[in-house]
Design a protein around this ligand. Sequence first.
Ligand SMILES: NC(=O)C1=CN([C@@H]2O[C@H](COP(=O)(O)OP(=O)(O)OC[C@H]3O[C@@H](n4cnc5c(N)ncnc54)[C@H](O)[C@@H]3O)[C@@H](O)[C@H]2O)[C@@H](O)CC1
Ligand SMILES: [K+]
Length: 508
Amino acid sequence: MHNCCQPIYPVAGIRTIEHAVMPTAQPPLMERAGRASAEEAVRLMIDRPGPLLIACGPGNNGGDGFVMARHFMQAGREVVVAFASNPDQLPVDAHKAYTAWTDAGGQTLSDLPAPPPGGWALVVDALFGIGLRRPIEGRYADWIRSLNALPGPRMSIDVPSGLCADTGRVLGIAFEATHTVTFIALKPGQLTLDGPDHCGEIVLKRLDLDANGQLPAQGWEVCTKLFMHALHPRKLNTHKGNFGDAVIVGGAPGMCGAALLAGRAALRVGAGRVFVGLLDDRGPAVDQVQPELMIRRAEHALADGNAIAIGPGLGRDAAASALLERALHSSATLVLDADALNLLGSDPRLAQQAREREAPMVLTPHPGEAARLLGISTDEIQADRLKSALALARHFDSHVVLKGCGSFIARPDGQWRINRTGNPGMASAGMGDVLTGLLGGLLAQGLNMDDAVAAGVHLHGAAADLLLTRGIGPIGMGAAELPDAVRQILNQWVATPHPPGRGGPAHP
Ligand SMILES: NC(=O)C1=CN([C@@H]2O[C@H](COP(=O)(O)OP(=O)(O)OC[C@H]3O[C@@H](n4cnc5c(N)ncnc54)[C@H](O)[C@@H]3O)[C@@H](O)[C@H]2O)[C@@H](O)CC1
Ligand SMILES: [K+]
């Protein structure tokens, strides 16, 4: 299940919500969580006879596991519970759940048992949830390694053990779930970095709580609902002047392709006219694949657009730097990518101009570019992608898209989004240039920054997902294949039925 536009809370937010509702919650939250886990497990075990294995840890995540175990035992199903800790050290709620399990006749094993001859119907990870505090080692690491080696479905309760719920980092080792049942709200670490690889399919169980009603969320997932209001079916009486002029600036010697890819994407997302300004004097005069692009010298293109996307293949020499400075001083809406970001990272004067700029602007760094912009290492960026994206948005007082698995969109006011479309086929050269072009094309059409960024990032991933369904990729998916898929999806989103009585195409 993937509900639309879900709020996302870091652990601190989940704790705040829990503390607000726990004292009066009836049935208690752990009871709800264990039952919700059992419901989901039933779905996963259809046609899978045999016992299920639940590995319980030393905190309340283990408590959820005991509640779940009790439900299955009471339903007549064979359950094996492995529990390596001391019951007396369990927190209060988990201790109650443990006692209810043993009172109902349940037992625990202090070691992981060998699988039964037919294998486990389901392996459940209730070792650690949002309370993980340090890297997993020793016995728990051995357990997780063994559990990961078992065939069949593997379900995590709340968060895969070993995965940091805030950042998506693996602390030591992490359980590799095929399914994760998570409670109250989504957590950022499930949706970015190593989170998606370890969570598998995520099923949200709200436990009858309205998280956003308890604590207004700062973070949300991106879904079409966010921006559909800004994508209008085209009226019959329109012309190219209604859809804006996008300018792409880049394409230094040897890198013209980057600017052309961005230009093609801007066209396919519907910009009225697209100008591509190349730095390479010997670059192509026309794009044979997309002759609609108006190619000119970079310094002549800058004046042409209401939205300028600068950076794809820009290079970092003095000419590139001068172009960036001109773009920063223009009143156009700006998209800064690739070498435009690298120039900002290496030239404090340009960075200052970017910070002081008043017209809307979005920066679209990958983690390496983000590192150069903040003057830290790529590992430090990735260690907390959300924090990094928010720091950049604040620093430049503009929107930021931190690309990668689970791209973050951050706003200077501290609000953020995570995009969930996309796939590993996008880990190839030129994909960033396509995103830059999409954003330039949408901004040229007059979408505001929030709508353009959400729509562009979501479309970008959705187009790659569409290619996958056609058997294109993930291995070998090419950036040049994306723009046509973007066009298809965008038109599906805004499909206009022909008005009654009128057949044929809307435009001559
Ligand atoms: N508090 C509540 O009311 C609810 C909690 N729920 C469950 O409780 C979980 C959170 O419970 P907790 O806060 O007890 O946290 P966890 O159960 O995630 O883990 C905390 C325990 O693990 C230990 N620990 C942390 N990292 C470790 C490591 N690397 N190696 C060894 N031990 C480590 C801690 O010392 C503590 O004993 C949620 O993820 C959810 O599954 C749900 O039942 C919903 C309600
Ligand atoms: K878990």
